[in-house]
Structure formats: structure tokens, C-alpha cells
Write a protein that binds this ligand. Structure first.
Ligand code: NAD
Length: 260
């Protein structure tokens, strides 16, 4: 359905050497886009990932190191990319602790990486999109951009902020061929979610299986994790002509979580 219609476009996906970002990058490359992969590391594995993706999909793939906790590096990422027709703000981290004990440096890092980075990359990318006369911004928010859970204060605050930024960006570009939307996934089994399991086991006094069933998928009526491919295909849809009038809004991919 989406074969190669993005040929000639360049997509920058932040936080894309793992999980959802990598899945989204694969789907955009499959649809023909050249891709810029990113994370804060600069390892042989990162560059090998880019080479492998290029070979698999027959597109250009570069890996550019930039730390999304730094405003300057966020903006430098877009500058180094040179073109940015599609911007996917995906980089994110999590920390699970009650508010009184929540470490200040974790709060600051989550707000910077999960929320402020999207402001900085968007500010740098919009002039390039305007010059090209076309653009798509997809912010990977979360069901936690629309609802809350205990012990995730910084994450929930940042994701609600991303949804707000999405609305403002949609309004500021409404009369151009540029759209901005947020995808709000429910639980997707990625390294970020895997890493929450031990802390959640501790907080709730449960074993791994019960945390998955009774805490995570308890909120997800489908009782299934969403997949990185589903988030990738939703992103590709938002880049299509069919989605030209979808802007400044959210699309939930959460197995019914936010219908509860
Ligand atoms: P993940 O840990 O697999 O991926 C996070 C990515 O962000 C990695 O590539 C990592 O290298 C990168 N990253 C982290 N800190 C960075 C920094 N300072 N600079 C640049 N890159 C950085 O996690 P994921 O589950 O794939 O999460 C991706 C996004 O999806 C996040 O924004 C997350 O909040 C969101 N999300 C995930 C789920 C889920 O259930 N997995 C649900 C809703 C939303």
C-alpha cells in the first residue's frame, strides 16, 4: 500500500538505534525515504545499523550522533542532516519513582529528552520544510500524553507537553503543506519497557509475568502489546497524501487504553 511513495524525501528520526525509532525508520525506508538515524552514542554498531538498513531498502541511510538532552545538539542534528522533509521526534527515556523521591536530575533529563528536544528539532526543521514546500512532523508521544499513571511524574508531564507542542505546531503550519501530529502508543515491548519491569516488580511486589499482565496490559483492553511495525506504519500513513488534512492532533495506537 505504501510502496516507495517517499522516494526523494529525507526523514530524520531521533533516538532510532533501538525500539520504536528503529522500527519507524525501517518503515520510512521501506516506503522509499532516505533516513537519518540518531542517538547519543557513536559506536560501530550504530553505523552498521545504518549500512544494513540502506542495503535492505535500497535508500541512503546515515547515522548522526547527537544528544537530545542538549538544545545545541538537537539543532545541529537537523543542520548536519542538510534536509529534513520528515521529522520524527522519538527519543525518550523513563524513570519510575514516587514524586517525593523522584531524582531532580532524572526529572530534568526526561523533560529535556522527551519534550524540549522536539521543540528544538522542530524549530530547526521548519525553515527547511518551508523551503521545500512540504513537511511532516510526527511526535512519538504516548498514552501517557493523554492519561496518567502513578510514579511517572516527569514522563507524563513531558508527554502531555509534547501533545501541546503538537497542537501549536499544527496551528502555526496549518496553511502550508506541512502537518504535525502525535502518535500515542500504549505499551510496546521495547528495551524502554523491559527496563521498567524490575522497578515495577519492586513497587508492586509482583513477579515479571504479573507486572506484564496485571500492571502493563491491565490498562490495554486488547491485552496485547502494540508493535514497532504498527507505530512505523502509522507514521508512514501520516506522511501520505491521505493524511494531508490531519494536523495538530493525536492518533492512539493503544489497544483501546484511552477508551476506558
Ligand atoms: P528505547 O529505549 O528502545 O528507545 C529509545 C531511543 O532513544 C533509543 O534509540 C535511545 O538511544 C534514544 N535516546 C535515549 N536518550 C537519548 C538522548 N539523550 N539523545 C538521543 N537519543 C536518545 O525505547 P522505546 O520504547 O522505543 O521508546 C521510543 C519512544 O516511544 C519514547 O519517546 C517513548 O517514550 C515512546 N513510547 C514508548 C512506549 C513503549 O511502550 N515502548 C509507549 C509509548 C511511547
Amino acid at each position: 500500500m505504501f510502496e516507495k511513495f517517499l522516494t526523494g524525501k529525507t526523514a530524520v528520526v531521533t533516538g532510532s538505534n533501538s525500539g520504536i525509532g528503529l522500527g519507524v525508520a525501517h518503515r520510512l525506508a521501506k516506503a522509499g525515504a532516505d533516513v537519518v538515524l540518531n542517538s547519543f552514542t557513536d559506536s560501530d554498531e550504530d553505523h552498521a545499523l545504518a549500512e544494513k538498513m540502506a542495503g535492505e531498502h535500497g535508500v541512503k541511510v546515515r547515522y548522526i550522533k547527537a544528544d537530545m538532552s542538549s538544545a545545541d545538539e538537537c539543532r545541529a542534528l537537523i543542520e548536519k542532516a542538510g534536509a529534513c522533509d520528515i521529522l520524527v521526534n522519538n527519543a525518550g527515556i523513563q524513570h519510575v519513582t514516587p514524586i517525593p523521591e523522584f531524582p531532580v536530575e532524572k526529572w530534568d533529563a526526561i523533560i529535556a529528552i522527551n519534550m524540549s528536544s522536539a521543540f528544538h528539532t522542530t524549530a530547526a526543521a521548519l525553515p527547511l520544510m518551508r523551503k521545500a514546500g512540504w513537511g511532516r512532523i510526527v511526535n512519538i508521544a504516548s498514552a501517557h500524553g493523554l492519561t496518567a499513571s502513578p510514579f511517572k511524574s516527569a514522563y507524563v508531564a513531558a508527554k502531555h507537553g509534547v501533545v501541546g507542542l503538537t497542537k501549536v505546531t499544527g496551528l502555526e503550519t496549518a496553511q502550508e503543506k506541512i502537518t504535525c501530529n502525535a502518535i500515542c502508543p500504549g505499551y510496546v515491548l521495547t528495551p524502554l519497557v523491559e527496563a521498567q519491569i524490575p522497578d515495577t516488580m519492586k513497587e508492586y511486589g509482583m513477579n515479571r509475568e504479573d507486572v506484564i499482565k496485571k500492571v502493563m496490559l491491565e490498562r490495554q483492553p486488547s491485552k496485547e502489546f502494540a508493535t514497532v511495525e504498527e507505530i512505523g506504519d502509522t507514521t508512514v500513513f501520516l506522511c501520505s497524501d491521505a493524511a494531508a488534512q490531519i494536523t495538530g492532533t493525536t492518533i492512539s495506537v493503544d489497544g483501546g487504553w484511552t477508551a476506558l
